[in-house]
Ligand binder design. Structure first.
Ligand SMILES: [Zn+2]
Length: 484
């Protein structure tokens, strides 16, 4: 393996959450009955004319600027001609040699390392309609009895982000996409819903001799929308290419299909691969002119981006890189964590509880951060109870479970279930005395020099108090009693 290194490139499509479509006033919706949001423009009736959605241009510029691209002063829409039932015009309005933005860079974390990927371009286009292949088992066109088309999606603003082949591993490809998705969500321009296919990508992969600058022949994986499958597909494609190259063969440039069941890639029937889209400028649209003051205004009103927020979390709250990534990588989680800290509790303790019990609760319930009845205020109240010693860490975990179950306030739960920590020295001294009296053998051994038995006695006291004793105080009292 080490003689070869993988080179991976990604092209990512993102549907924008604008109110209306790219070139008409139809609403952009999800889940509405099929073909209820259509008009002569997005159904390509003769004589209908497109009008550019300004909000979509703004959103595209936000993505481009967040990817450190240069927004070009003039960009041009082209017609990309091809015939398919999901495209009523028989061409897609897209951008070609004069895209909205070029020459960017996306920095992303892989483990403790920041990797950088050049962004070739960000351009605007419209999404195709949605095809549903019915009657077959797989939902794919092969084997289906008939196909239906839903034009609600046709004409939705779509952004294509074209990355350069700078990604060195399948893991890095997954990180790139997950962090790019967080970035786009953070910009507030798309929810990037995976199931709805709001974000999807093509990956290309080739191998080159380690240390060489020359790229090998690449294969492609098209239209994916699962991070896990992408990583698995790339992981299975690398040894396949290595085997071909080591046997003296050559890689065919082809599109592959990944089968999650077998974990292997296989070539798709090579259809019209040598596309001739006969691009020409869209005669019904004027060029998009983006004046510098407009671009500057967009740049000045960008929200805080995940990378900057992670750096701020490390500096402001003293979090590790990893913790800052978990808590600061996504907007909703970051907001929740900062809401907890805003209640005046210790930031590090708040981080531990947010990443521990709270995150596990989200994973279990499928809730988004901030949703559900474990509010930031309630989690902060729990953290405060731990911080001021009212409850032990162990009891706090019980309290959290009861907060989920009973939907209550932590203080009331502690009260109701008698979970408060016993810090009354007088009360605990009695328990310590009883434990010592019950274990004369161990006391003798301790006095004979076996000092590590302190831990044993502390354990017995904790057990006798059902874990509610303040462990620090117990430790002090046990030491005192044994010496006395
Ligand atoms: Zn329309």
């Amino acid at each position: 393996m080490s003689a070869w290194e993988p080179v991976i490139g990604l092209e990512v499509h993102v549907e924008l959450d604008t109110e209306t479509k790219m070139f008409c006033a139809c609403a952009v919706t999800k889940g509405d009955p099929p073909n209820t949001h259509t008009c002569p423009v997005c159904l390509a009736h003769p004589g209908a004319l497109p009008v550019i959605n300004q909000r979509a241009v703004e959103y595209a510029a936000r993505i481009a600027l967040a990817l450190n691209c240069t927004v070009r002063p003039v960009s041009v829409f082209h017609r990309k001609n091809y015939f398919y039932p999901d495209l009523p015009k028989a061409y897609q309005i897209s951008q070609y040699d004069q895209p909205l933005a070029v020459e960017g860079r996306f920095d992303y974390w892989v483990g403790d390392e920041v990797l950088s990927c050049r962004i070739n371009r960000v351009h605007m286009e419209e999404d195709a309609a949605k095809l549903i292949h019915a009657g077959g088992e797989s939902g794919r066109i092969a084997g289906s009895d008939y196909s239906m088309v839903d034009f609600n999606r046709g004409g939705t603003p779509l952004i294509e982000i074209v990355g350069e082949p700078d990604i060195p591993s399948p893991e890095a490809a997954r990180e790139f996409l997950q962090q790019l998705r967080s970035l786009v969500i953070g910009l507030g321009v798309s929810e990037c819903n995976m199931e709805e296919g709001q974000i999807r990508w093509d990956a290309n992969i080739s191998l080159r001799a380690a240390g060489s600058d020359e790229l090998g022949t690449r294969t492609e994986l098209k239209n994916m929308n699962s991070f896990r499958f992408l990583q698995q597909a790339l992981e299975s494609e690398i040894p396949r290419q290595v085997a071909v190259l080591e046997a003296g063969g050559t890689i065919d440039q082809e599109t592959l299909h990944f089968d999650p069941e077998t974990g292997a890639t296989s070539p798709l029937r090579s259809k019209e691969e040598a596309h001739d889209y006969r691009y020409f400028p869209e005669p019904d649209l004027v060029p998009v002119v983006t004046e510098p003051p407009w671009v500057e205004k967009i740049a000045a009103t960008q929200p805080e981006l995940p990378a900057a927020r992670m750096a701020r979390f490390m500096a402001q709250y003293g979090l590790s890189r990893y913790d800052a990534g978990v808590l600061g990588g996504g907007t909703a989680m970051a907001r929740f964590y900062e809401d907890v800290v805003a209640e005046g509790v210790d930031a590090k303790l708040a981080a531990n509880w947010t990443m521990g019990e709270y995150l596990a609760h989200l994973n279990e319930s499928g809730l988004e951060p901030g949703r559900g009845h474990v509010t930031a205020g309630r989690l902060a109240a729990l953290v405060r109870l731990v911080q001021d010693g009212t409850i032990s860490g162990t009891a706090a975990k019980q309290v959290f479970a009861l907060m989920v179950e009973e939907r209550g306030e932590p203080a009331a739960i502690v009260e109701q279930h008698g979970l408060a920590q016993v810090s009354d020295a007088g009360e605990l001294e009695n328990v310590v005395a009883r434990v010592l009296a019950d274990n004369p053998g161990q006391v003798e051994q301790y006095r004979a020099g076996k000092e590590q038995l302190v831990g044993y006695f502390v354990g017995q006291v904790m057990k006798a108090t059902q874990g509610k004793a303040n462990p620090k105080l117990v430790s002090e009292l046990v030491s005192k009693a044994l010496k006395g």
